[in-house]
Design a protein around this ligand. Structure first.
Ligand SMILES: *Cc1c(COP(=O)(O)O)cnc(C)c1O
Length: 388
């Protein structure tokens, strides 16, 4: 045990120790912790759908009607009828032939990438891609080549100069999870065409956030049909849980047969599946939710930029505030918490050393008064800590 104890003590000294804090959600953007109410600005609940009455009702009814657990993997007896409805709805939303649900976005990435790229294949991966993409690359038997963040010249060079006897796969976050900027999908599509490479886009923070009606990255570029496989999660803007792949029927059938995280895990509970389906129906029927989210994010971003904060080129609902030092990021988040506002301090290894930051997330469910209060607190503390 000594080894592990020492490792924890070292993390503590370097301000990299992580601990769990309890929260009791009161609604989409407020939660209690240790007897006090907080404004939540760290969740990925971009549209507030976790607390939409139709979504909550769908989850409750599914539980009462069909039971609490699925009882099996999808290839045995866990493939509830609700899955087909959700997959059809997702495919229509994403403009693809088919879709396939996984238990989490993490499991979707790990399963998709390890299935699509085999021994002779090369994966080209943006250096800021999500950990679940990195783990998918590690699990695949292919070779992974990392290119600098959105560095299209380097990607072009690597595509030309990397020997590959099999297939090429370019994989990127659509909206980068810690920086909030958008992948240069128009360039990637052109490069992929020239190199005969497949494109995979992770829409975890793009679904419900960018593109017309929140349809995601490809739609935001008018490039629907040009991305071979899109993955995403049902746990962020859709307020439920689970991951998905969207693409051609052939690819989905391939994943059903090959993706180990799909095959060897018990299917999602009826409540979760029904909640995601209801959330997607709400979003399709009320695309103005996405406009409200965009307006809220623009409002806070403008306030922070005017005050002199570096928000890293973010154009989405994720607003990074770069502070550099891990200690400073933790201190900043703690002072904000004293003011009743929860934001995340993000340190290595989630982001590179020296690029520690606050990661502020905006929701359509935040009021302008709440965003104003948050921006004032962030500016006051930012000045006090010498960040601005
Ligand atoms: C959150 C996230 C995932 C994982 O999704 P979960 O459903 O939370 O497992 C994958 N990719 C990105 C970019 C994410 O931010």
């Amino acid at each position: 045990m000594e080894f592990y104890q020492h490792a924890l003590e070292q993390a503590e000294r370097e301000h990299l120790y992580r601990r769990l804090v309890d929260y009791i959600p009161r609604d989409a953007v407020h939660a209690d912790s240790e007897g006090r109410q907080y404004l939540m600005m760290a969740a990925n609940n971009y549209l507030g759908l976790t607390h939409h009455p139709a979504v909550q009702q769908a989850a409750a009814s599914a539980s009462l009607t069909f039971g609490t657990g699925s009882g099996g993997s999808r290839l045995t007896t866990g493939n509830h009828l609700l899955y087909r409805q959700l997959e059809n709805k997702l495919a229509a939303f994403k403009g693809t032939e088919a879709a396939l649900i996984f238990n989490t976005g993490y499991m979707a990435n790990v399963g998709i990438i390890s299935s699509l790229a085999g021994k002779d294949d090369v994966i080209f991966s943006d250096e800021l891609n999500h950990a679940s993409i990195i783990d998918g690359c590690r699990l695949s038997r292919g070779r992974t080549v990392i290119y600098g963040h959105s560095n299209m010249n380097q990607l072009a060079d690597l595509l030309t100069n990397t020997a590959c006897s099999g297939r090429r796969l370019i994989v990127t976050d659509g909206v980068f999870s810690m920086d909030g900027d958008i992948a240069r999908l128009d360039d990637i599509v052109q490069l992929a065409r020239k190199a005969d490479a497949l494109i995979m886009v992770d829409d975890a923070h793009a679904t419900g956030v960018i593109g017309p009606g929140g349809r995601g990255t490809a739609a935001s570029f008018g490039l629907e049909g040009q991305v071979h496989i899109t993955m995403g999660t049902l746990s962020k803007s859709l307020g439920a849980e689970g991951g998905y792949a969207a693409g051609s029927q052939v690819l989905m059938d391939y994943l059903i047969n090959k993706a180990r995280s799909f095959i060897f895990s018990t299917a999602l509970a009826p409540a979760t599946t029904a909640a995601a389906l209801a959330a997607l129906q709400v979003l399709s029927g009320q695309p103005d939710m996405v406009d409200r989210l965009k307006a809220n994010a623009a409002y806070l971003r403008t306030k922070l930029n005017q005050a002199g904060f570096d928000t890293c080129g973010s154009t989405t609902a994720i607003l990074p505030v770069i502070v550099g030092d891990a200690y400073l990021a933790v201190e900043f988040a703690q002072l904000l918490k004293k003011e009743g506002i929860v934001v995340s301090a993000i340190r290595q290894p989630t982001v590179p050393a020296g690029a520690s930051r606050l990661r502020i997330t905006v929701s359509a469910a935040h009021s302008l008064a709440e965003l104003t209060k948050a921006s004032q607190a962030i500016c006051t503390i930012g000045r006090q800590l010498g960040v601005i």
